[in-house]
Design a protein around this ligand. Structure first.
Ligand SMILES: *Cc1c(COP(=O)(O)O)cnc(C)c1O
Length: 384
């Protein structure tokens, strides 16, 4: 089976894990510190602006707390979002207000976001679909003008940028993921950026039981007497990273440029193989100055054949999927929004396999099977 997503974990990561084991300390320690430092440099911000947690979803929940999202407030979320985004809003007692997306890019435009703003809007939470930055710079400007906080779910966008500025650091908060399905994989893990370093300190406390940083076992305050005494500032969970996962994450960050280069080649091969194929729309071109992480490659097909094509490909050993099914149709969120752009995208879009381990032959097989399936399915539609 050709997977849609696939991590590249090997000997270098195993060596890093072995080294951690040999130190006798696998909890949160030096490797986590190194990973956070490396990541801050990677996105071009000071060390004091980032802290790690055990998942991106957790980082999103923490960002909601830091943003003061609570009962009576609204958070605008593009309906084509990761489910954890809406859960983080609703779990804080606030209302997720879903906005539409451009049917071709699957990103919200600034106008889509603006239409969903109300006097109750506390924050806007956007992602960068498939790694494409979208109108994040315009949305950041809009939020600043309206006095609304901006949170970026940059999980798709680990190496995306607009005019050299990394996605995830345009707003007040940014979150990234290192789970098993991402480009840089720590097995699990998340990162949080905050414009205000004081928020980063609060985030670190929220991720560690609400314990003050001066608490002995957190900061090895050996000089202090009674280092076992604690100071609790909130009723928090424990969601810190650990040295084993951080060591893997650091290796993956170093390997990231190689992953990105191969992904760009795969995308170019798809683009060439699918150019001019009747019934296939390829992803729209990136605007000037935008850099993508090539996290998704997607095609848009006639909605009458999309699901059949997915099944044909599955039978041919090619796994495909659709990210992200619109959240305004999830009954639990209680939305009555009408969002035609997202519905149009959801009926047509299919994410093809994209990862750095795909060979040219793999890509050619996907293209061949997609063309064959479309040819037969399209003929069936015409004669129905
Ligand atoms: C993967 C992903 C997440 C969740 O990340 P976890 O680390 O698994 O919690 C959130 N948002 C987006 C856009 C993602 O792709």
């Amino acid at each position: 089976m050709i997977n849609v997503f696939q991590p590249s974990l090997g000997e270098e990561e195993l060596d890093a894990v072995r080294e951690v084991f040999a130190t006798g300390w696998v909890g949160r320690g030096r490797r986590v510190d190194e990973f956070e430092t490396a990541f801050a440099a990677h996105v071009g911000v000071g060390r004091e602006h980032v802290t790690s947690v055990n998942s991106c979803t957790e980082a999103t929940f923490i960002a909601m707390s830091l943003a003061g999202v609570g009962p009576g407030s609204e958070v605008v979320v593009p309906t084509v979002s990761f489910v954890g985004a809406a859960n983080a809003v609703a779990a804080h007692g606030a209302r997720p207000v879903f906005c539409d997306v451009d049917p071709r890019t699957l990103n919200p435009t600034a106008a889509d976001v603006e239409r969903a703003l109300t006097p109750a809007t506390r924050a806007v939470l956007v992602l960068h679909y498939g790694g494409c930055p979208g109108e994040v710079a315009e949305i950041a400007r809009l939020c600043a003008e309206r006095g609304v906080l901006l949170i970026e779910d940059a999980a798709n966008a680990v190496a995306s940028a607009v005019d050299g500025r990394a996605c995830g650091v345009f707003g007040d908060f940014g979150v990234w993921s290192f789970d098993h399905g991402k480009i840089a994989v720590a097995v699990d893990g998340g990162m949080l950026y905050a414009r205000d370093p004081e928020s980063v300190s609060r985030a670190a406390r929220l991720a560690c039981l609400g314990l003050a940083e001066s608490t002995g076992h957190l900061r090895a305050a050996r000089s202090a007497r009674r280092w076992w005494e604690i100071e609790v500032s909130s009723f928090s969970r424990r969601s810190v990273m650990n040295d084993v996962l951080a060591a893997i994450g650091s290796v993956q960050l170093r390997r990231l440029p190689g992953f990105l280069a191969r992904r760009a080649e795969v995308v170019a091969r798809y683009d060439a193989g699918l150019a001019g194929v009747p019934g296939v729309q390829r992803p729209p071109p990136l605007p000037r100055g935008h850099r993508t992480s090539h996290y998704f490659y997607w095609v848009q097909l006639d909605p009458r054949v999309r699901d059949d094509v997915a099944e044909d490909l599955y039978r041919a050993g090619v796994y495909t999927t659709f990210r992200y099914p619109p959240l305004h149709h999830v009954p639990l969120y209680g939305s009555d929004a009408v969002l035609p752009g997202a519905d149009r995208a959801a009926a047509r879009t299919l994410n093809l396999p994209l990862h750095q381990s795909l060979s040219d032959d793999d890509v050619d097989l996907v293209v061949r099977e997609l063309r064959a399936s479309l040819a037969s399915r399209a003929a069936a539609v015409l004669t129905r």
